[in-house]
Design a protein around this ligand. Sequence first.
Ligand code: ADP
Ligand code: ADP
Length: 239
Amino acid sequence: ASLLEINELSKVYADGTAALKNVSFSVAPGEFIAIIGPSGAGKSTLLRCINRLVKPSGGAIRFRDIDAAAASRRQVRLLRRQTGMIFQGYNLIQRVTVLRNVLHGRLGYMNAVSGSLGLFSRKDVADAKAILHRLGLTEQMFKRADELSGGQQQRVGIARALSQKPQLILADEPIASLDPVASRTIMEHLSGICREDGITCIVNLHQVAMARDYATRIIGIHKGEVVFDGRPGELSEET
Ligand code: ADP
Ligand code: ADP
């Protein structure tokens, strides 16, 4: 059974921009999908439709048993709890510690009140520390997010997403602001999470080389339409 099924999805923004046109594909559990395409192709809109940061104009998106396109507020909350989002700009709370960023990521969904009071259970703290350790951030745990390098901040972004125990990770250009070495580290972590934890990943990328090296499947988007959907080896060397 598929984890995610997208059927004839379209998005027209209020100003008339047709960002997605008839996009259809389904995603099996455990896939590592790279969405590639030039700037403005609609990659970000696609990810945002999946977790309902953007409301689709037409078509259907089914995530497990949730109809994302027509979801109620309660279902949108459920959907976001089960999908971890990773952003190009990391979106961390700059002035608080790395550990707190991870804890807030989890409790933001679960219990906003105790989180805002800074009350976390021992188990939540232990889990967050274990995740940070796994991402190589043991030394950085009690530093403020704004003291970290970009690559380290993005690893915190991954840790925060993981702390939600998501079924699906959506990463929107996670390496676009990073140097080649940090980019590879991030891609290694994401593909490791996919392989070892079975968490399905959909990653927007504009570097085809990265997609080839890490993805199990590549979906090419151009002007809001799917123009390629296949295995990395099927992609022409010239692209
Ligand atoms: P990227 O291409 O790196 O995703 P953009 O610069 O296109 O980023 O978009 C940055 C933000 O501005 C996004 O939140 C996007 O939704 C919004 N945006 C992009 N294009 C428009 C537009 N034509 N009108 C209004 N908002 C836009
Ligand atoms: P990509 O992620 O591939 O760069 P986007 O999904 O950000 O593409 O953008 C697809 C198209 O939709 C672009 O033409 C962009 O300017 C436009 N767009 C994105 N966000 C908005 C928005 N909030 N309002 C209007 N147009 C937007």
